[in-house]
Ligand binder design. Structure first.
Ligand code: IPE
Ligand code: IPE
Ligand code: MG
Length: 257
C-alpha cells in the first residue's frame, strides 16, 4: 500500500472479541430546550444546565471504565436555529473550554474537537486549537466533542481526501477499503463505536457518526439531557451488557444442523 494511506481498525470484530463493557460511547445530548420549556425558562438556561450534565457524565464515564467518549455538541444543521441561540451555544463552549480545560488536562483527559472549522467564530477555532495543544499527550480518557459536525460532510471530506491522493499518485483506487476509508474520517484514531446513547426520547441519528455506528448498540433514554446523571449512564451500560452482539455471525453455541 502506498505511503500516505492510513488505516483504521474498522468494526470487523467478532462477537467474542468485542468488549463486555463499552470502550467507546457516543452521546447525542438532546432535550435542553424542552427541559427549559418545562420550567418556563429560556432555552439558553437549558443549554447551561446541559453543560453541567456533560461535566457530570465525563466524570462518571471515567469511573465506569469507559475510555473514549464522543459527544454531539452542535450539528451542521443547528445553524438553522435563531442567531441568538447559536451565539449562546458558542459562548457556552468557550466557557466550558476556558473553565474546564485545565482541570481535564490535569486529570489526564485528551480533548479533541471534531467537525468543520469553516464557519466557526475565530475565537472558537482558537479554543479548538488550545484544547488539542493542552491535552494531546494525555491518554487516560479521550473526550471527543463534535462541534459543527455532520457525518455526511465528514464522509464527503474523507472521499475528497482520498480522491486527492489518487490524483497525486499517492494512492490507487483499489487501496480504498472500509479500513483505509475509516482512517480518513475525523474519528480515525478512536476505537470502534460500541454504544450510541440518545436522550430525550428521540429515536434518530440526526447526522451523527453514520459510518462509525455500523455495529454500535443503540440505547434511547427518555431523560432530558440536563437531568442526565451517573444513574442514567449506569442504566445504559446495564442495557448494553444484556445485548447479544453478533456482528453478523450466529449466536455463540447455536450450531445449525
Ligand atoms: C440539544 O438540546 C442541544 C443542541 C442541539 C445543541 P436541544 O436544544 O435540541 O433541545 P430540544 O430538542 O429542543 O429539547
Ligand atoms: C442533534 O440534536 C444535535 C445535537 C444534540 C447537538 P437536534 O435536536 O439538533 O436534532 P433534531 O433536529 O431533533 O433531529
Ligand atoms: Mg433537540
Amino acid at each position: 500500500m502506498p505511503a500516505g494511506v492510513t488505516t483504521q481498525v474498522s468494526d470487523t470484530r467478532e462477537a467474542d472479541k468485542a468488549p463486555v463493557s463499552p470502550l467507546h460511547v457516543a452521546i447525542i445530548m438532546d432535550g435542553n430546550g424542552r427541559w427549559a420549556k418545562a420550567r418556563g425558562q429560556m432555552r439558553t438556561l437549558g443549554h447551561k444546565a446541559g453543560v453541567n450534565a456533560l461535566q457530570r457524565t465525563i466524570r462518571a464515564a471515567g469511573d465506569l471504565g469507559i475510555t473514549h467518549m464522543t459527544v454531539f455538541a452542535f450539528s451542521t444543521e443547528n445553524w438553522r436555529r435563531p442567531a441568538a441561540e447559536v451565539s449562546d451555544l458558542m459562548g457556552l463552549l468557550r466557557t466550558f473550554i476556558e473553565s474546564d480545560l485545565g482541570k481535564l488536562a490535569k486529570e489526564g483527559v485528551c480533548v479533541r474537537i471534531i467537525g468543520q472549522q469553516d464557519g466557526l467564530p475565530k475565537d472558537i477555532v482558537e479554543c479548538v486549537r488550545k484544547a488539542h495543544d493542552d491535552t494531546r499527550h494525555n491518554s487516560r480518557f479521550f473526550l471527543q466533542v463534535a462541534l459543527n459536525y455532520g457525518a455526511q460532510a465528514d464522509v464527503v471530506e474523507a472521499a475528497k481526501r482520498f480522491a486527492a491522493k489518487v490524483k497525486s499518485g499517492e494512492a490507487e483506487v483499489n487501496d480504498l477499503t472500509p479500513e483505509t476509508f475509516g482512517g480518513l474520517l475525523s474519528t480515525h484514531d478512536l476505537p470502534p463505536l460500541d454504544l450510541m446513547i440518545r436522550t430525550s426520547g428521540e429515536h434518530r441519528l440526526s447526522n451523527f457518526l453514520l459510518w462509525e455506528a455500523a455495529y454500535a448498540e443503540f440505547v434511547f433514554q427518555d431523560v432530558l439531557w440536563p437531568d442526565y446523571d451517573r444513574v442514567h449512564l449506569e442504566e445504559a451500560l446495564r442495557i448494553f451488557k444484556e445485548r447479544d452482539r453478533r456482528f453478523g455471525a450466529v449466536e455463540a453455541g447455536h450450531v445449525s444442523a
